[in-house]
Design a binder for this molecule. Structure first.
Ligand code: AMP
Length: 282
């Protein structure tokens, strides 16, 4: 695996693969890698001949008072994991490379970026949409792989690629979980032992809601109630939202039918965690 920091080196590698007729898969990350990220790399290597991963803690997607400064960073460990995981090229740009002096162009989006994460983290998806557009333009992959873990981000990226006619196929990978169901996340490292135990209620709530739907419940109101009931039993959890939405638009579902997502965001101590379960319902 090669590690590079500049767009020129990136272009050199990707163009040399293109000359050999090799396809390129791309996995953007913010580092502090775990098995979820590595599953995306594996997925990308099944779709494409060469895999590029990026590690970039993107300042524009963090709001004031969020965890940009304390976000875990461990370049050495990450690059070992990527190397073992079958990545061919690691792109590790500096913020000044992605946003050079005078950068003033941002990607603004309507739905599906407006609600939920869009409401609780104003400006977040503007930063995400901008950095994803920039990275896709720099890497120019055939395929880019995103995690279902960030379901609204996935919907935002799919919409962005469609609206801007970007020449890339977006693939998604299911959420990789700990044995008790907690979604793997770089932010789980912030949790104390007690908070970590409390966090398992998130997946219990989602699983309970899924069971109700599997048993024929079609009322979104009832499913929201089930999600809240399980989460509220855990005193360390503060609910930001526990929703049922249409998968493409992230608009609230009325009747549960077709492609839906149940996204949840909670605060546990000073840590904010998100998770969801997607479902196809007849
Ligand atoms: P991040 O480093 O958190 O920005 O995530 C980079 C990519 O990894 C995003 O596409 C995430 O959705 C994905 N991802 C994060 N956690 C998981 C997980 N537990 N399972 C699958 N994908 C994940």
């Amino acid at each position: 695996m090669e590690t590079i920091r500049s767009p020129d080196e990136l272009r050199y590698w990707v163009e040399s693969w293109r000359l050999e007729n090799r396809s390129v898969g791309f996995v953007p990350t913010m580092g502090a890698l775990h098995a979820g990220h590595l599953a995306l790399v594996r997925h990308a290597s099944q779709l494409a001949d060469r895999v590029v991963a990026s590690i970039f803690v993107n300042p524009t997607q963090f709001g004031a008072g969020e965890d940009f400064e304390r976000y875990p960073r461990d370049e050495e460990r990450d690059s070992e994991l990527l190397q073992e995981g079958g990545c061919h090229l690691l792109f590790l740009p500096e913020p000044s490379t992605i946003y050079p002096q005078g950068h003033s162009t941002f990607v603004e989006m309507g739905p599906p970026a407006e609600r939920l994460e869009g409401e609780f983290r104003p400006g977040h998806f503007r930063g995400v949409a901008t950095v994803v557009t920039l990275l896709l333009n720099l890497v120019r992959p055939d395929h880019a792989v995103f995690g279902q873990k960030d379901a609204q981000q996935l919907a935002v990226v799919r919409r962005l690629v469609r609206d801007l006619h970007l020449p890339v196929e977006i693939a998604s990978h299911p959420t990789v979980r700990e044995p008790d169901g907690l979604a793997m996340s770089s932010r789980n490292a912030y949790l104390s032992a007690e908070e970590r135990t409390a966090a398992s209620a998130i997946y219990r709530a989602l699983s309970s809601a899924r069971e109700h739907i599997e048993q024929g419940e079609h009322s979104a109101t009832e499913i929201r109630r089930v999600l809240r009931e399980v989460l509220e039993r855990e005193p360390l959890i503060d609910i930001e939202y526990a929703e049922v939405v249409e998968a493409d638009s992230f608009e609230p579902a009325g009747v549960i039918r077709g492609s839906i997502v149940m996204p949840v965001a909670v605060q546990i101590g000073t840590t904010r965690l998100i998770d969801n379960i997607p479902m196809e319902v007849d």
